[in-house]
Design a protein around this ligand. Structure first.
Ligand SMILES: Cc1ncc(C[n+]2csc(CCOP(=O)(O)OP(=O)(O)O)c2C)c(N)n1
Ligand SMILES: [Mg+2]
Length: 282
């Protein structure tokens, strides 16, 4: 259970990571704001509560790993890693420009702290299974592999090949999140290929399954602790989220997968963010 001080720290951190992500995309002029904003609490919890990682030694062998399979959420991952100290904050202003170390989609060959290259949806699931299996084979007891999938991404067949393999190898050290933000690139997931029965699908593949509010840090904490108690089954934490959560102009726009953001819009949105989310003294 999170004590009050830790919860306050995490909530404050989530606001900061949203602010960095908005500024980073606005500096470029446009980008994948929707799916970046919806995973901020998951990233906040992982990097500030759950994961054994060391910014000074990003390739430490027995570290926990994250595969952000929805690689287009790179801007949120980069904000998290920069803030954590994996690389200088001013790199964020080079997002997706020539010569950058922060390409639009996550690339492990370019960015310190990125554990796997993603962007081709579905592939990160298989990679995470392989990484988790490797941790077990190498005897890294207590090391976990975390995986973040999109709901639209879950339409990919490769996700389900990975699911059955993880169950077969009893990968209790694999903890996955589905960012169930109900939208994919250009519409409602429900209208394209429904993901409404995700819970029973993962159960059918013999995973441990939980469903939570993905913006509730305490719920994420409880779910991760439950997942860790499950030693012989991989875990799926299905997170109900809102696409673009915390970036007001995106929340108010249906097509918020990737959108242009001016610096002026960003600054107004950041003011709104603080109004809504800053933790008030009791
Ligand atoms: C194999 C593959 N097909 C298509 C794309 C193009 N694409 C990028 S993001 C996206 C939508 C993904 O939706 P979802 O997984 O729900 O992501 P989120 O809502 O979290 O942004 C698509 C189709 C891709 N990157 N990879
Ligand atoms: Mg989605």
């Amino acid at each position: 259970m999170l004590d009050n001080e830790t919860l306050l720290m995490l909530k404050t951190k989530a606001v900061r990571l949203r602010e960095l992500t908005i500024r980073e995309i606005a500096h470029l002029g446009s980008g994948h704001i929707g799916g970046s904003m919806s995973i901020i609490e998951i990233l906040t919890y992982l990097y500030h509560q759950a994961m054994n990682v060391d910014p000074a030694d990003p390739l430490k062998e027995d570290r926990d790993r994250l595969v952000c399979s929805k690689g287009h959420a790179g801007p949120a991952v980069y904000a998290t890693l920069a803030d954590k100290g994996f690389f200088p904050l001013d790199w964020l202003m080079t997002l997706n420009q020539g010569g950058t170390n922060l390409p639009s989609h996550c690339d492990m060959t370019k960015t310190p702290g990125v554990d796997f290259t993603t962007g081709s949806l579905g592939q990160g699931a298989s990679a995470a299974v392989g990484i988790a299996l490797g941790q077990k084979i190498r005897g890294f007891d207590g090391a976990y592999t975390y995986l973040i999938l999109g709901d639209g991404e879950s339409q990919e067949g490769e996700v389900w090949e990975a699911a059955q393999t993880a169950a077969q190898f009893k990968l209790g050290n694999l903890i996955a999140f589905t960012d169930l933000n109900k939208k994919q690139l250009d519409g409602w997931t429900e209208d394209i290929i429904s993901m409404n029965n995700l819970d029973t699908r993962w159960l059918g593949f013999n995973w441990h399954v939980q469903r939570i509010n993905g913006h509730d840090l305490e719920a994420i904490d409880r779910a991760v602790l439950n997942a860790k108690a499950e030693k012989d089954r991989p875990s799926m934490i299905i997170c109900d989220t809102i696409k673009s959560y915390g970036f007001g102009p995106g929340e108010r726009t249906f097509g918020n997968h990737s959108m242009p953001i001016s610096v002026e819009t960003a600054e107004a949105a950041i003011a709104e963010l603080h109004q809504r989310f800053d933790v008030k003294e009791a």
